[in-house]
Design a protein around this ligand. Sequence first.
Ligand code: ASP
Length: 454
Amino acid sequence: MKVCKFGGSSLADAAQVRKVIDIVQADPTRRIVVVSAPGKRYDGDTKVTDLLISLANSAAAGEDTTRALAEVVERYASMAQALGLGDGITREIHEDLKGRLLKRAELEWPAFLDLMKAAGEDNNAKLVAAAFDAAGIKARYASPKDTGMVLKGDFGDAQLDPDSYARLSRAFSRFDGIVIYPGFFGYTREGDVVTFPRGGSDITGSILAAAVCADVYENFTDVDSVFPVDPRIVPEVKKAEGIPAMTYREMRELAYAGFGVFNDDAVIPAVRARIPINIRNTNHPSEPGTMIQQSRRVVPGTVVGVASADGFCNIVVEKYLMNRQIGFGRRLLQILEEERISYEHMPSGVDSQCVVVKEQYLSREREARVVSRIKEVLAPDYVAVERDITIIMVVGEGMCYTPGMFAKACLALASAGISMSMVNQGSSEVSFMIAIRAKDRDEAVRALYKAFFS
Ligand code: ASP
């Protein structure tokens, strides 16, 4: 059995919904269909989730919501009309939204906002189920409430309550035929609607795939496959072959450095349950896409992708004879722990220690506190914070036990005149990290792409 998730661009209008129906119909094992809210139909368009956030804001500000509400309803109405669904579904959606708006009086703002955001997926699932029906394919809408999708944590940033797996598994075992399920939200134990972070329908899909022990979790989006580098930096990669297969480890390393494959939270349930994830294109369903799984056939000496992420900074601490001081590293990290700063990498020299952290966690005030604590506790010869650091991850299981991979990267960067400020490689050899100045990012990525892929 396959769980398929369709993103917002795959459901942006009636033509896209028809493609979804065809895709699901083409494979009888596609039984659970997780849907996002309608996304952008063209550049400059607004996603329904964003329309709903504006609507919630207007309602909270006590403004007249007539226009904002009409704009959301219109998105569904135009789809319903083009799909020949009649007015019933549009009326139902309109009533649903009005009912949610009335809850403004009784809910705190974060709960109200989540209730409004969830309307995008919930109503789309109902509309898509009606569209399947109209196309003569039996499909039913199933709600997160009735199936036991209980979440915990903060509004807008929920996580699954692990007991939900058993409930979901039981609920789905009772369904036959195709189930259309809204992504992005669930319920608290108290019964409030609560959403995952933005993009969270991926998380719903992954949870359901794990709960029903799916053979594959198909994630339909608008690219043929995952590219080995960011096409915004290397446009010609779009003409080259995408990544046919990668391992969970490779994906994790690439996603860490900003590969827009998935956010980490989305893959955890599928990875834990060892469910293969297949990224596919709704617009080119015959393309096999990228398969992400526990293991793959690896060609020695190959790299699967080069990712880059901006927004890091580097805390540099130097002290003569540091290597002989017991507990130096622990005390340094403890200072960060006291400030609740999580660190990313920790490359070191004989008498120097760098700690790479995300810039977003090191405001200027925090930086001042951290530096003064380091001076107080460690009495270093030198301490400084370098900002505007970009991290490049070169990733591939094929690098394991292959000499010369790092040399190739160094040579490529050297030929492009780019200086590396830090490097880090774990013993797994599945990736190495190179830190550079942010201004050199694009050129560095292009140089590495050329070295490893052309
Ligand atoms: N519709 C939500 C968003 O735009 C969730 C999703 O599409 O996955 O973030």
